[in-house]
Design a protein around this ligand. Structure first.
Ligand SMILES: [Zn+2]
Length: 399
């Protein structure tokens, strides 16, 4: 590439994160890092730094891998904040609200939906997310699911995109679940597959059964998609074991997971992707983060930004929440939001860690220590962002 070699250095903390399975992130201080051809070429002490055409001194700033948000639902219209208020006032969540978002999303024009999506992707980028998984799932018909996936494909963002087909997010109004599963498998999946990387199913009490999820995911695998699952959020269903058995890259949520499920995940290569935001707002238990980490499972954390149970795309907030309420050390939470998130998306050899050969996805924060993610809950901002070695300008970074 023609941009030459870029040497970043600093007297502060470089949290390199580690591939999953390693301990809390290794921190270098002082540090230097060489970027060439969009990739990290070398990491070490400033005195050993190789020559470079361009040098940037980041002084005392905390520098981390770009954050990876491995679970979002950004393609929707409508507002359900009234439901959150009602739920927090004691009304039981039955998920019926998804169909309300489906109605509003179907009624929105392409331009309206694209505008809403752009705003949300910008918010994610402005909070330091450099890789984002984004799901369909508020369409629930051939036309509307394909529209969501096409809008995601057309979105103009420098973030590394991962697209997930979540046709089986809820059973559409006026349709039997079995009939809809048939429609997903026979009609929607074959057309959605070329627009997506993953297939996901909301496998839970009141949504899709383990058997129905297996039918859909097996078909998805046959269509060349990698697999992930909404699992054990509302009830302990066995979705985790299904995911492991089918070779799912990740099972997500896990609020109701028990000791057997924790042991099964620890013995597998399937990532446990935990979502502290909706877990807190739903008030029906927290995922067993500490037990999963202690058992040796690979843990990711993600926002689950969506229409009805958690609206924020701020991964700094998610790191803070995981530290404050899930029993994770801040370093573990940061690792789960970087290396863990990359593993959750099958991108462990692409991004999420600062080591030679991986993409130069980096964030310099307006903070000096990763503890700021807990201390300033949601209020730690990127000072500068690089994705694939190119600096990204965001409205916030410009201030
Ligand atoms: Zn979700």
């Amino acid at each position: 590439m023609s941009e030459g070699r870029l040497l970043l250095s600093g007297s502060g903390r470089l949290c390199v994160a580690q591939p999953p399975g390693a301990d809390v992130p290794t921190v270098l201080s002082p540090w230097a890092l060489l970027v060439e051809g969009g990739r990290i070429d070398w990491v070490g002490a400033p005195g050993d730094a190789p020559p470079a055409e361009t040098r940037v001194d980041l002084r005392t700033a905390l520098v981390t891998p770009g954050l990876v948000d491995a679970h979002t639902h950004p393609v929707y219209a409508g507002d359900r904040s009234d439901e959150t208020a009602a739920r927090l006032a004691g009304q039981r969540y039955d998920g019926g609200g998804i169909l309300r978002t489906v109605r509003a999303t179907r009624e929105a024009s392409d331009d309206e939906l694209a505008g809403l999506l752009d705003t949300r992707l910008l918010a994610a980028l402005a909070s330091g997310t450099t890789t984002i998984e984004a799901k369909s799932g508020y369409g629930l018909s051939l036309t509307d699911e394909l529209r969501a996936l096409r809008l995601l494909a057309a979105a103009d963002t420098p973030m590394r995109p991962v697209r997930t087909f979540l046709g089986a997010h809820a059973v559409p109004e006026g349709m039997e679940a079995e009939r809809f599963v048939d429609s997903v498998v026979e009609e929607i999946l074959p057309q959605a597959a070329s627009l997506a990387d993953f297939c996901d199913v909301f496998c839970d009490s009141g949504f899709f059964s383990v058997e129905q999820a297996e039918t859909i995911l097996t078909a998805a695998r046959g269509n060349g998609l990698a697999l992930r699952l909404h699992a054990e959020q509302l009830a302990r269903t066995g979705a985790t074991e299904l995911g492991i058995r089918l070779g799912a890259t990740s099972v997500d949520h896990l609020e109701q997971l028990d000791a057997a499920g924790i042991a099964a995940l620890a013995a597998s290569s399937t990532v446990a992707t935990l979502l502290p935001g909706p877990a807190l707002l739903m008030g029906a238990g927290l995922p067993p983060a500490r037990a999963l980490l202690d058992a040796g499972a690979t843990v990711a954390i993600a926002s689950d930004a969506n229409a009805g149970t958690f609206g924020s795309f701020s991964m700094p907030l998610v790191i803070g929440l995981a530290s404050a309420v899930l029993g994770m050390q801040v370093g573990e939470a940061l690792q789960a939001a970087t290396a863990g998130g990359a593993a959750s998306l099958g991108l462990g050899e692409v991004c999420g860690t600062i080591r030679p050969g991986l993409a130069a996805d980096l964030v310099a924060w307006d903070a000096e220590h990763e503890g700021a993610f807990a201390l300033h809950l949601g209020d730690v901002r990127p000072h500068r962002i690089w994705i694939g070695g190119s600096e990204v300008r965001t409205a916030l970074a410009e201030r």
